[in-house]
Write a protein that binds this ligand. Structure first.
Ligand code: ADP
Length: 618
């Protein structure tokens, strides 16, 4: 039941409404829509009319008297239109231009004679025709004179105007009217290039004097009766002309015209449509007076201006300029901005990197300074540890000096002193004194914070010095230090004090390593030898417990220590010193237990020498 009600109610409510009355408008075009001005006018008119409230049907017909110009044509056209529109009554006819208006005046089919007309009328032809259905519209003409005047300001020195038009009767008539406007321009000679065959026209153009400009009024049919579309004809004309071509049709700017005061057919179409709407809305056409409007504006083509060397700034300020080339900056603005931005970012990055590098450089030199200080401190600490052995070292020569001095005194106290014995005692005193002095000198050298100044250093001497320095310490700890020093060893390139430091560090570590071993294993061997490559090798081996596997990779890291009172700096400093010398240090465990530290140092006065060349030299 509910469904039945729903179905019934809407059908009962619907009332069939009568279709809205539609208006029929005929647009009577002068030429076919391929002509550049017909299309914009027609499109603007249709668009404007169809926007309105009422339903408007627009029909269009073409008069085309330029191409259909035999005497019987208007009558045949009239008959055909009467037949075509027999059952299609019109409410309005739009006649944009003299040809449609003339056709309506003389050949309107009878059914159209009471139809109101909205027209574009050329006032040069006199007052508009009086039509039975009433007529209104715009009095509109091409601005020939204004165009030539503007052209003369753009092309100073212009004395002649070569005017071009086609060969059809319609064009010839219109040209006569147009030219009358130019005739009374002061100091201007008109060269009439109308009605010519195209080849002749082009030849005439090529011969134009330099004080001429060209004025293009149209070219539908040439002297041979060939039809042209205006853009095509203009392209050939502009291509052949040695002088700039001006014109009065807006759609031709961009097809070879420099420009001019050009008529806009689009504007005309919109204006005619507005007027048509008023008439369709009920106003009597005859009661609306004609309005003057040329629908003309200054319009120029920047490419053509450039071709003729005319400064674009010379055109009137209100003019429209098409094809205006953007400046390089305008065209590449975004690219340029992007490049500038990228440049700035890059500059900032470079700046940041420079600042960073400077900071790193400072940090590095600070680190180097503190490493130097550490090395120095380490030496001081080592010296502290060695104070006892040094005291012993000094005690021994001092005691020997004392003993020899006393012996000498005793010998001299005898009745017949043995002078040879006395001399021997004095010699011993001198030797012991030298030895004591040497001990003190070495201590000073160890305490001095020197810069690295490489010199030839005998590794064997270095080893001997340090083992002598540590002899007391070794004895106290019960460690036997064996040396196997290669005779006639070439000098290494280095700093004697720093190399002593290396031997000292490695020996002290070795002493520590064997400290808890049974007496027979408390042995350390120091070796020197020359490698086949010519580099010199120093190795220190102990018979201790060796280095636990996991520690092998960490030994040389600063502060790595396994000792209760260790600093963990010895090996780190040792490696730094060797690297400074261009050498290296390797730690390994020995097969029979114990550790080996092998240092390789470059030979003084020679780079790395391969084994083969050394063998040959030998
Ligand atoms: P420190 O002696 O203050 O501990 P080092 O840099 O001299 O610092 O040595 C670091 C560590 O390397 C030592 O603590 C020890 O564990 C290990 N080491 C050095 N020499 C030997 C060696 N001859 N035998 C075994 N271990 C060693």
């Amino acid at each position: 039941l509910a469904l039945a009600l729903l179905l019934v109610v809407p059908s009962a409510a619907a009332q069939p409404s009568p279709p809205p009355p539609e208006k029929r408008v005929l647009l009577l075009l002068p030429s076919d829509t391929a002509f550049p001005w017909t299309a914009p006018l027609s499109a603007a008119l249709r668009a404007t009319l169809e926007q309105g409230e009422e339903t408007v049907l627009v029909f269009s017909e073409e008069i085309d008297v330029s191409r259909f110009n035999d005497p019987g044509y208007p009558d045949r056209l009239q008959a055909w239109l009467a037949e075509k529109y027999r059952s299609t009554p019109l409410d309005l006819i739009v006649a944009p231009g003299p040809q449609p208006l003339a056709f309506l005046d003389h050949h309107a089919p009878p059914a159209w004679q009471r139809v109101p007309v909205v027209a574009l009328h050329n006032p040069r032809l006199g007052p508009p025709a009086t039509l039975a259905g009433g007529i209104t519209g715009y009095a509109s003409q091409y601005e020939l004179r204004a165009t030539v005047e503007e052209a003369m300001t753009l092309v100073p020195g212009t004395r002649r105007v070569a005017a071009i038009w086609g060969a059809s009767a319609d064009e010839r008539e219109r040209a006569v009217l147009l030219m009358s406007e130019l005739r009374d321009m002061n100091g201007i000679e008109i060269l009439a290039l109308g009605g010519l065959r195209l080849p002749d026209l082009l030849a005439r153009l090529r011969a134009l004097p330099p004080d001429a400009i060209v004025l293009f009024l149209g070219f539908r049919v040439d002297g041979d009766g060939r039809s042209f579309l205006p853009e095509r004809a203009l392209a050939q004309i502009a291509g052949a002309s040695p002088r700039p071509v001006f014109g009065v049709h807006e759609p031709l700017v961009g097809h070879g015209l420099v420009g001019g005061r050009v008529a806009s057919f689009e504007q005309a179409g919109v204006a005619l449509a507005a007027l048509s709407a008023r008439v369709l809305g009920g106003e009597r056409a005859a009661s609306i007076p004609f309005t003057m409007n040329n629908f003309a504006d200054s319009r120029y083509d920047a490419r053509e201006l450039a071709r003729w060397g005319i400064d674009v700034r010379a055109v009137p300020a209100a003019a429209t300029v098409i094809n205006r080339e953007e400046t390089l900056f305008e065209r590449y603005r975004w690219s340029l901005l992007a490049i500038v931005a990228a440049f700035l970012v890059q500059a900032a990055l470079i700046g940041a990197l420079l600042v960073e590098r400077e900071r790193r450089r400072r940090a590095e030199s600070k680190a180097r300074r503190s490493l130097g200080q550490l090395a120095h401190l380490d030496r001081v600490a080592a010296m502290g540890e060695l104070a006892t052995s040094l005291a012993h070292e000094l005690n021994q020569p001092l005691a020997a000096i004392l003993a020899n001095a006393q012996a000498a005194r005793r010998l001299l106290a005898a009745d017949e002193p043995d002078l040879a014995e006395v001399r021997a005692s004095l010699d011993d005193i001198v030797d012991d004194d030298k030895r004591a002095g040497e001990v003190i000198r070495r201590m000073r050298a160890l305490l001095k914070k020197d810069e690295f100044r490489p010199e030839p250093v005998d590794l064997n001497d270095t080893v001997r010095n340090v083992t002598r320095l540590l002899a007391q310490d070794a004895a106290r700890r019960g460690v036997a230090v064996d040396t196997e020093l290669s005779p006639n060893l070439a000098p290494v390139r280095g700093d004697a004090v720093q190399l002593q430091q290396v031997v000292l560090n490695l020996l002290v570590n070795a002493f520590d390593a064997v400290a808890r071993c049974p007496a027979e294993r408390r042995r350390v061997v120091v070796r020197t030898r020359e490698q086949l490559s010519g580099s010199l090798e120093l190795s220190i081996e102990d018979a201790g417990d060796g280095i636990p596997g996991p520690h092998l990779g960490q030994l040389f890291e600063p502060f790595f220590t396994t000792k209760a009172e260790g600093l963990g700096m010895g090996l780190s400093i040792t490696r730094s010193i060797l690297e400074l010398h261009g050498g290296e240090i390797v730690a390994q465990n020995l097969d029979g237990g114990g550790a080996s530290f092998r240092c390789v140092l470059p030979r003084y006065g020679r780079g790395h020498v391969p084994a083969e060349s050394r063998a040959r030299a030998a």
